[in-house]
Write a protein that binds this ligand. Sequence first.
Ligand SMILES: [Zn+2]
Ligand SMILES: [Zn+2]
Length: 297
Amino acid sequence: MSETTTPVSVTFWGTRGSISTPGGSTEKYGGNTPCVSVRCGRSSIILDAGTGIRVLGIRLASQIHSEGPSAQHILLSHTHWDHIQGLPFFQPAYIKGTDLVIYGSAQKERFLESILSGQMDLNYFPVQMKELAANVSIREFEDRFMTIGDIHIEMQEQILHPGGSIRFKITAGGRKIVYATDVELNAAFDPAEPTRETRRLAEEYSAFIRDADLLIGDGQYSGSEYAFKKGWGHTSVPLLLEVAHAAHVRQLAVFHHDPEHSDAYFDTLEQQFGPAYRNAAPAMHVFWAREGITIDL
Ligand SMILES: [Zn+2]
Ligand SMILES: [Zn+2]
């Protein structure tokens, strides 16, 4: 099978931002914090290790028990709690013979390894990172580009988030997927005072997502909420939609849901914005990312 015809699938294991939100009003879109897996043939990667990675880990562990050890590659956008908190509950980490490779930004004051092992300090968690049975290796990104099996990844720093974060452009099976969460696009595309730097940041983002088959984008706030959340590092829904459409994105998964938002609210947003973008030229399919769903591209 040639690379361009290899099916690519994306599964959402956690879609909530900031903190997990179990309960009756979040059942449909999910309460776990960010984790997304991308598969292309026999190659796969995991984006972020929020609480959603626990369920993925259970699935992978049973696969490992029946098919033997495998390598797991986890790419972290950044190390805020909601993106790393599931890591100590990732079952393959406790299976001997598993190669667990965790990648993250080098643009931190502390070495990535000390941040990750810090959350497993005995004061916070009963098992320390060095006690994990898997062969754990923690790597800081050295280059903008990386290849894992048939999956090619390009990284770009996002400075419009407290402490920064990284966005990933994933090319696999002839498809292009962009994972760009935890970024305040309003500060680049709609600043109070545009500067050469804000224009540059906006252009850089648009070029990165252009013609994506799927963009998983930060859309935490409504337009009116954003007015009170400036500088918090997240984007408003109307702006994300506008920017994605202008860059000819084919499918947009609104991601990093606000903990205060309910299933009923997302249904309303989908009805409010979905049809106009589906019928626009070019058409863009907008949906609110739901925990447990798989998108085949
Ligand atoms: Zn986050
Ligand atoms: Zn963050």
